[in-house]
Structures are given as C-alpha cells and as structure tokens.
Design a protein around this ligand. Sequence first.
Ligand code: G3P
Ligand code: CA
Length: 306
Amino acid sequence: MYVRPAAAAAAAFLGFTLTVLGGTSASAATGPSSPTSPAGAAGLLGPVVYAHRGASAYAPENTLDAIDLAMRLGFDWVENDVQRTKDGELVVVHDDTLARTTDVEQAFPDRAPWRVKDFTAAEIATLDAGSWFGAEFAGARVPTLREYLDRVQSNRQRLLLEIKKPELYPGIEKETLQVLDEAGWLDAGHVQGRLVVQSFSADCVRIVHGLRPDLVTAFLGTPTVADLPKYAEFTDRINPWHTTISADWVAAVHGLLGAHGKTMEVDTWIVDDAATARKVQGMGVDGIITNAPDVVQEAVLGAFDH
Ligand code: G3P
Ligand code: CA
C-alpha cells in the first residue's frame, strides 16, 4: 500500500507500522475494531477500511483472488455476500443470478435466468468467475462459504459477512452460523474481533442475533433517527449508503447503545474516491466499505495533513 510521506510520518509518529505486502494494515495496527469500544471504531488513523467483496476494484469480486489481493495491499477486513445453491451449499456471490460474474450463459445456455438457487454447488464449481473481470483471472471460482472462510483464516484476515437476499433462502441464517461454527469462526477469538454479520433484512439480523447473541451484527440501511432505538435492540451497527447520511445522523447512531450495551457504530458504503472518503470521515463514521481500499486508506490518512 502506498502511503503519502506526510501520512506515513503521522503513522510513524503515532507509533504504528504499515507494512506494504502481506503485513499489518492500519486497522490491524490499531487492534480489533471492536464494537465494544466506547469511542467507536475510528482510531487515531481514521475509520477502519473494509475491502468490499475483497479488493474488488482490482480483482474479481467475492473470489479468493480478491481477498488475497486485499491482504497483499495490507487490508485485513474483507466483506462478502452469502447465498445458497439448489442443493443447500452456501456460496459467496453477490447477484442472485450468476450471469454477470461468471461464464454461466456459455456453460449452461438453456438455464436462463441462471439463478444461484437453481444451480447445484457442483455446477457452480465448474464456472469461470474471473474472466469477465480480466484474462489474468481466468479460472477463478465462485467459492463456497467454507472455502472462503478457510482462506480468510489462513490470510489472518477478518470478515464482514453479508447474508444476501435472505428472503430467497429460508433458514439461511442458521445454516450460515453452522458453517461458521464448523470452520471454527464462532469461538471467542473470532466473535470478539474478527467477525461481523450484516444484512439489508432487519428480520435476518434479528434472527442471527437471537441464535447467537454474542455475535456482532450490523443492519444495512438508513433508518430514521426516530426508528434507531428499535434497531439498537438487536444490532450493534447501522451501515448506510454514504449518500444517505449526515454528521447529525451519525451522531444520532453514536448516541445509542446497541445490542451489547456499547456505543453503536456506523460503517458506510461504497466509497471509492478520496473526496468522499474524507467527507464521510468528517461526519465521524467508524468504518468505510470500499472496492478500492488503498485509495480510501490513503485519503483518510491524508486527513492528518490538514
Ligand atoms: O457492505 C455493504 C454493501 O456490500 C452493501 O451493498 O449490494 O454491495 O451488497 P451490496
Ligand atoms: Ca455486500
């Protein structure tokens, strides 16, 4: 990760080391972005930076290549999307069809509209999930959730896991927790600083919280200030689209205690340019979810210059 000299000096002054390849990211250097921190997650080096669908500006989204690249750029937090196949395997893919991010239309031309839930895990495992992004990624696969968790673990990264469109997959909350458990991701070490589960569905987040009250969760959306206390009953974070928020709204979230009795946090998405990163940093967000984590990290560190 390239760091501007002034920002690097600021980091050095603060006693932190940023390692370029395969090393410690700013967020790792500041320790787990625990939702239990009374001051929120934004540390001395600015908001925590999350690699959205991996480093998806530079590698095909939601593939192992994308999380490996995030690691090499120095980012430990990665975000993904979880859905379910026809035969019940959980896989990591964003859209509810396979058309945009794989070669499914060529491989299975008579299977339109190529919904994830209409294909078996074995069929999906044959698809090329990399060539659409660039020839150098040919052969990348849609990972199963288990494969993905194992790679995040071996990379010593952390996971912001989104349960995508849970209304299409009844029971996916329990199944997701089961895979997490089997992969060793529900022990104290993971739950207390390496895992957050989020969804656009409040019902889904509520179910996850009910099944595993110790887990950190986030609701994706921008509830009104008046409605925020209802969300605080079952979640720890409110994660909004960046265009929908203001400093006052962020302050209103921070003014509440979440499901674990700690200050609620805000991780906003999807911010891929420096100006917007600095803007939401100025609003006081705790985290920024981005396809271009290097750009955002440099921008928020650059705020020390001003
Ligand atoms: O993590 C936030 C973001 O992923 C929500 O939108 O559509 O990219 O899943 P989407
Ligand atoms: Ca997502």
